[in-house]
Design a protein around this ligand. Sequence first.
Ligand code: FES
Ligand SMILES: [Fe+2]
Length: 382
Amino acid sequence: MKHERQVELLKRLKGIDPHTPWPLAEHAHRNPAGAYVDPARFEDEKRVLFRRRPQMLGLSCELAQPGAQMTANLGGVPALIVRQTDGSLRGFVNACRHRGAPVSSPDGAARPRITCPYHGWVYDLDGSLAARPYAEDAFADAPKADCALLPVAVAEGYGLIFAQAEGGEGLTAASALAGAESEIADYGLGGYVLVEAREQVVDFNWKLVLDTFCESYHIRALHKNSIAPTYLSEISISDAFGPHPRMIGLLKTVLDELDKPSEADWRFLPHSTTQYIFMPSGLMTYQRDHIEFWRVEPLAVGKTRVRTGIYAPEGPMSEKTLGYWRKNLDILLKVTGEEDFALMAKIHQNLSSGALPELIYGRNEPCLIHLHKAIDAALAAG
Ligand code: FES
Ligand SMILES: [Fe+2]
């Protein structure tokens, strides 16, 4: 983040009382319980939000080598993203054209070709069918040219990877970022490497994963024994790029920067956790010395796959350095898992009970309001 932008963010905090909620949305917002638990609405979300809109899948560095692969579930469409020998990316439906088996390699490792595990059909990295070992004659009336892997739209830019299962012909990273491009470019994501990613399946609606990160109001109560001593609860910085909110959590030390006489010495990033919620499926956090990326894949109305990756600046990684980053990931997953997500599962149960008509998002939760209005607007338009 450029220094001018850091100074601009710090200036907003001038004269702000850290114990009074700020900033405030114009109105509180009510969201019916059905938005989280209605199966018909969930099917609409899968189709409109997860198939027909760009999904942010992760950082480009995850697919560094030709033949490197990444799989994703795009609203029920199984996708395989593959790095080509010319450095570009291609996306495919992760299903063999013979009898439908997934063709991704089980460990995601780079391979010179894509080989189906069922009967051994071999595809080139560009998805064209290269060979049907021991059975070319048996398929003579199904020409190879008709049996390439089916395409899925992908785009790459600013160090990020996007895919779209339906209607993605004009997909670009810039259009998917909806105005966040220059800020994301400043992070220089091309200079990061993936340290580790872990997956979990949680028993609550996908929106509750994102809700977790959309306000700092809960820090004082829910995180009183973990992060509350260091973070501010009542104030945060809330903005949005198109449908994507940016919620910046603030360390208590941030206000000390304003006491430094020269703006040239002001630093914002060391005192903040900057979270970009890329509606609907991605959440990227810049946290002092590393990047975290969360990918959200809805499996059912009350079941969501969550993948969390930690990325560090490129450079020599000793066992000690790797241990440091892994410990960061351990702590992140422990706090979110034991404190936030444990509660989200209970909230989902309460919403499912039918006893609670709606949730009320307060004026002190502007990013949460923005996200849900953006979701509703996208559903209405789709
Ligand atoms: S399903 Fe892939 S080779 Fe048969
Ligand atoms: Fe939290």
